[in-house]
Design a protein around this ligand. Structure first.
Ligand SMILES: NC(=O)c1ccc[n+]([C@@H]2O[C@H](COP(=O)([O-])OP(=O)(O)OC[C@H]3O[C@@H](n4cnc5c(N)ncnc54)[C@H](OP(=O)(O)O)[C@@H]3O)[C@@H](O)[C@H]2O)c1
Length: 270
């Protein structure tokens, strides 16, 4: 018997953006274990297919009859036309989405204001902010019509605290925080739930992307401490999604034990 009751998720359909790696991939596998169907969205098709296989294996191992349909869909959330045409790519059996996990996002560089490439600025806003808003607009119309649904946005400690070398990324995550909080207020007279999960340091492909493929600099971010894993954040997401319908987990800030703010970390033994 499990103390963590995820039975409310049985047979539900979950849409996860950024499902090809890190937090999104781990979240897909955990939802698969809980007996859901999943739409797996990201730009890299091969990586999505590997996550799909991991979901199939996790669902099989669970022994659950419910759920088990996993559809990889190539989608760049910053491509407005592709987002508008999403339903044409979704199998008919998975068109009724119950939970949207807006997870796609990234940061590139640590340059200071004045030295930041315009394309980098526009790319981060197009994905982290406009992509998340576009996906939410698409799904929330349906959630309102059906009077049900759950939107789980992946924010960040960077959406609470600005830091040197993070002006654009922290601006995008502050925007996610403001958008999510406003939407929760707008939807207060509906059964639709709105959650923001705000991770601290999670070792995924995130820092590799930030340092433009420089894996040794990416690794040094986590030197001397034990960072969170994608699986740690997946637990928070699936836990929030599986609370009773009258419970809305509004915000969850999650740090590794050796982190206390965006910039305060302890490197060394505890
Ligand atoms: N890792 C951390 O320390 C940390 C901390 C706080 C918050 N977060 C947030 O957590 C989320 C997931 O990051 P992660 O740590 O799991 O990093 P990750 O391993 O790099 O995963 C990022 C995911 O986003 C997808 N993605 C990026 N741009 C996209 C686009 N335009 N359209 C569709 N998918 C896109 C990537 O897939 P493709 O490349 O295949 O498209 C990938 O699946 C992000 O929103 C990030 O800001 C991370």
């Amino acid at each position: 018997m499990s103390v963590f009751n995820a039975s409310r998720l049985l047979g539900k359909t979950v849409l996860i953006t950024g499902a090809s790696s890190g937090i999104g991939a781990a979240t897909a596998v955990l939802f698969a274990k809980a007996g859901t169907n999943i739409l797996l969205l990201a730009r890299r098709e091969d990586a999505l297919k590997s996550v799909q296989q991991a979901c199939v294996a996790a669902h099989k191992a669970s022994g659950l009859k419910e759920g088990g349909e996993f559809a990889p869909i190539q989608l760049d959330v910053s491509d407005k036309a592709a987002v508008a045409a999403l339903w044409s790519k979704v199998p008919g059996s998975l068109r009724q989405v119950d939970i949207l996990v807006n997870n796609a996002g990234y940061v590139v560089g640590r340059e200071h204001v004045g030295d930041i490439d315009e394309a980098v600025i526009e790319g981060m806003f197009a994905t982290n902010v406009l992509g998340l808003i576009g996906m939410t607009q698409l799904l929330v119309r349906d959630f309102k019509a059906r009077k049900s649904g759950h939107i789980i946005n992946i924010g960040s400690v960077a959406g609470r605290e600005p830091y040197v070398g993070g002006s654009i990324y922290t601006a995008t995550k502050h925007a996610v925080n403001a958008f999510t909080a406003s939407m929760m207020r707008e939807l207060v007279d509906t059964p639709i739930r709105v959650t923001e999960i705000q991770p601290g340091m999670v070792e995924t492909e995130f820092s590799i992307v930030r340092f433009r493929g420089d894996t040794s600099t990416a690794k040094s971010v986590y030197a001397g401490l034990e960072p969170l894993t994608g699986e740690d954040i997946a637990e928070e997401i699936v836990w929030a999604a599986s609370r009773p319908p009258h419970v809305n987990i509004a915000e969850v800030l999650v740090f590794p034990v050796q982190q206390a703010s965006a910039t305060i970390v302890h490197r060394g033994p505890l």
